[in-house]
Design a protein around this ligand. Structure first.
Ligand SMILES: [Zn+2]
Length: 197
């Protein structure tokens, strides 16, 4: 193994979702519907009772298989209502639950946080990035949290500094660190490019 890797150690790596047969019950949170990822999951039958919390419409063709199998699908119009329902479901859950989350990174780490709050371990939670690589960003200067940042440099919504979006990721904050880019040369802002489509 090379001593040097391009990826920053803190940068999360997202494998594809796979049913965990050691679980007694399964809760799938779909933050952004990604047809390919759902198709991969559908390759094998869920090994136990499954419930789905979904942002969007439960009538999407990718979900037909689940509706045929009488899986309970709860659909929500907003992220906030979805996360609130997840927290509620986790509060009532007993041992043996496995949590799967699919979607953009900001939502994934909100799901992770909700799971950890009720004592789930990291191997009982699977996170899979889907539909966008837009990043959640935390401004280290004022603590502002922003989501779905697609560019290498972004303007902080809080302190209005120009932030360089680093690869450094905090699991605790569920965000990449943003540092003022022109701290040493005020006003010098390199070209802004879309790097997280
Ligand atoms: Zn700021």
């Amino acid at each position: 193994m090379s001593a040097y890797t391009y990826r920053v150690r803190s940068q999360p790596d997202y494998p594809i979702l796979k049913w965990d047969a050691s679980g007694a019950r399964h809760l799938l949170v779909i933050l952004d519907l990604d047809t390919t990822s759902i198709a991969d999951l559908c390759d094998s039958a869920c090994p136990g009772p499954l419930e789905i919390l979904l942002r969007g419409e439960a009538t999407h063709p990718a979900l037909v298989r689940f509706s045929k199998e009488n899986v309970l699908i709860h659909s929500f119009a907003s992220m906030d209502s979805l996360i609130a329902a997840l927290e509620n479901a986790l509060d009532q859950a007993t041992m043996g639950l496995r949590l799967y989350a699919l979607g953009h990174e900001d939502g994934l780490w909100k799901c992770n946080k909700a799971g950890q709050k009720v004592g789930m371990s990291r191997d009982e939670i699977q996170l899979a990035q889907a539909s966008t690589t837009g990043r959640p960003v935390y401004c280290v200067h004022c603590g502002q949290h922003m989501n779905l940042i697609h560019t290498n440099i972004t303007l902080c919504a809080g302190c209005k500094r120009h932030l360089l979006v680093r690869d450094h990721f905090s699991r605790l904050l569920g965000a990449y660190m943003g540092f003022q880019i022109d701290a040493e040369c005020p006003g010098f802002i390199p070209a802004v490019e879309e790097v997280f489509p």
